[in-house]
Design a protein around this ligand. Structure first.
Ligand code: NAG
Ligand code: NAG
Length: 223
């Protein structure tokens, strides 16, 4: 569809890291790469030989990388310095898992699926799986968490493009952005500043707003 998939994921991981060295992690279809953004710009392939890696997230304290594979219709994990040792986390009931987020506080994985039109949650090992949302979803894509405050955010780039917010338990669902938004394919929460960032692949802009969608403005133009 001509959407810069990698760019959106880069955004997620770059801005989502709130402590430690600025580490960029992004899925590049055939591999997951890591870039040290702290100046050295050293890029390394963390996991290779993949089919079609789409979304990626990182468990900070345990150093575990989680990603979705669209071709294999699965969610997998690896410890970041032990590449080669890949584990399946979820291998059933997925079709197009385009978004993934790790709740390192509650020890859960959240993901979107733009084909089944679901947002689901499970333990980090894939057990205790639960469908949180299955109605009024069209093309759910990026998902981001604010575990300290118990909120989840996701983009939907279907017929009525929007960003929604809900409690991480599935409560209090609310549309927070639904105007001047087209292909929102990347989303992240700046946990320290309590701001929401999203990339719009049609507008080629990154937007920033408060966590309720207010006070938004164009942040950066990207290519
Ligand atoms: C991998 O990282 C973990 C946690 O940072 C560390 O304890 C372990 O020694 C590392 N293993 C290797 C093979 O470097
Ligand atoms: C999966 O994780 C949960 C929560 O941490 C744990 O209780 C359960 O024993 C784990 N199951 C397997 C099969 O590892």
């Amino acid at each position: 569809m001509g959407v810069p998939l990698g760019a959106s994921l880069l955004l997620c991981c770059c801005l989502g890291l709130s402590r430690g060295s600025p580490l960029l992690l992004f899925a590049n279809r055939r591999d997951v790469r890591m870039v040290d953004a702290g100046g050295s710009k050293l890029e390394s392939v963390v996991v290779s030989g993949l089919e079609d890696a789409a979304a990626v997230d990182f468990h900070y304290s345990q150093g575990i990388i989680y990603w979705t594979d669209i071709s294999e219709e699965s969610i997998k994990e690896t410890v970041y310095n032990q590449s080669g040792n890949l584990q399946n986390v979820v291998i059933s009931g997925l079709v197009s898992p385009d978004g993934l987020a790790c709740d390192w506080i509650g020890k859960k994985l959240y993901w979107t699926d733009s084909e089944t039109n679901r947002i689901e949650v499970a333990n980090l090992n894939g057990t205790y799986r639960n469908v949180l949302f299955w109605q009024d979803l069209d093309q759910p894509r990026a998902i981001a968490l604010d575990p300290a405050h118990g909120y989840m955010y996701w983009t939907d780039w279907g017929e009525a493009p929007r960003i929604e917010r809900a409690g991480m338990d599935g409560s209090t669902r609310k549309i927070i952005v639904d105007s001047d938004i087209y292909w929102p394919n990347g989303l992240t929460v700046d946990l320290e500043e309590q701001k929401l960032y999203w990339a719009d692949a049609k507008l080629s802009f990154i937007h920033r707003a408060n966590l309720d969608g207010s006070f938004r403005y164009y942040f950066i133009l990207f290519f």
